[in-house]
Design a binder for this molecule. Structure first.
Ligand code: C2E
Ligand code: CA
Ligand code: CA
Ligand code: CA
Length: 278
């Protein structure tokens, strides 16, 4: 009996080592990728409802693995959050986005806001907001050239850490938007107390449009958003029917494959130049 218990313990131990080794490998390759800056941003255009004029971009991260191709954020952002590496990655993303804003501002003399996705873990660090503002100032960028996107779930789940920093960012003029709205459970009170400038209606709210129930929910949400003087972005717009429904129901901006896919920085720059030139 003693022997078999020892054997199963040893087996368990080996299995654990296998799992932690796999995890260590992933951590090391992600860590190395951050040091080597193997990441780039794509920029998905956002358009004003009605006029369909370009009004900004959302920056979306991609991992360009040498010899292995492009990895989607869905496949490494959750891992980076588990290991805490999202903090270093998040700083790299802000560095790339603000450098791009600087380049566009130099080229065009004006710029439209770029929204960057921020993980709630980045707010754990009390220095986050100060570093972000210092980066904007170092690059002589107007604070409202940058927008910070935080998911509804993250904002609600980490109010203590997120709220004070969001207030500081908003006071300093940085735009703040509540991402994936409709997937979390923010109360009306909470929404009123969040210092945000924009709410982004999740694709799951937009996808069923113009179906009656879904339309009623979007209409009511837009009434709420307007009463709080927020911009309201319809996300994941894939068809003209959805675009027109979102416009009719009160969304103020449209984003989605129907209007524009995420673009390389070069392609986004061409779109920006054309929009600012008109
Ligand atoms: P998200 O912030 O909700 O970003 C929108 C996602 O929907 C993007 O996927 C975008 O490419 C995709 N999308 C845009 N329009 C459409 C459409 O019409 N139809 C469909 N089906 N999809 C559309 P992506 O780039 O794969 O990003 C996935 C998620 O990864 C993001 O969701 C965000 O949560 C996270 N992520 C992306 N970039 C970053 C980043 O820089 N930092 C952090 N922390 N997270 C990021
Ligand atoms: Ca987003
Ligand atoms: Ca979203
Ligand atoms: Ca999402």
């Amino acid at each position: 009996a003693k022997g078999s218990a020892g054997a199963s313990f040893m087996f368990f131990d080996i299995a654990m080592n296998g799992a932690s080794r796999a995890r260590l490998d992933a951590e090391q390759s992600l860590g190395k990728a951050i040091t080597e800056r193997e990441f780039l941003l794509e920029y998905q255009p956002k358009f004003r409802a009605g006029s369909r004029q370009l009004c900004g971009f959302e920056a979306l991260v991609r991992w360009e693995r040498p010899g292995k191709g492009r990895v989607s954020p869905a496949d490494f952002v959750p891992a980076a959050e588990r290991t805490g590496q999202i903090k270093a990655l998040g700083e790299l993303i802000l560095d790339i986005a603000t450098a791009q804003l600087r380049a566009w501002l130099d080229a065009e003399g004006q710029v439209l806001p770029v929204a960057v996705n921020v993980s709630p873990l980045q707010f754990d660090d009390a220095g986050f907001t100060s570093r972000l503002l210092a980066l904007l100032d170092e690059r002589h960028l107007p604070h409202d050239a940058l927008e910070v996107e935080i998911t509804e779930t993250a904002a609600i789940g980490h109010v203590d850490r997120v709220l004070p920093q969001l207030h500081r960012l908003r006071k300093a003029g940085v735009l703040c938007s509540l991402d994936d709205f409709g997937t979390g459970q923010s109360s009306l009170t909470m929404l009123r107390n969040l210092p945000i400038s924009t709410m982004k209606l999740d694709r799951s709210m937009i996808d069923p449009l113009p179906e009656a129930q879904a339309s009623a929910v979007v209409r009511a949400t837009c009434v709420l958003g307007h009463s709080l003087q927020l911009e309201i972005v319809a996300e994941g717009v894939e068809t003209e029917v959805q675009a027109q429904a979102a416009e009719a129901l009160g969304c103020t901006q449209l984003q989605g494959y129907h209007l524009g896919r995420p673009l390389s920085a070069a392609a986004a720059g061409v779109l920006l130049a054309a929009a600012l030139g008109v």
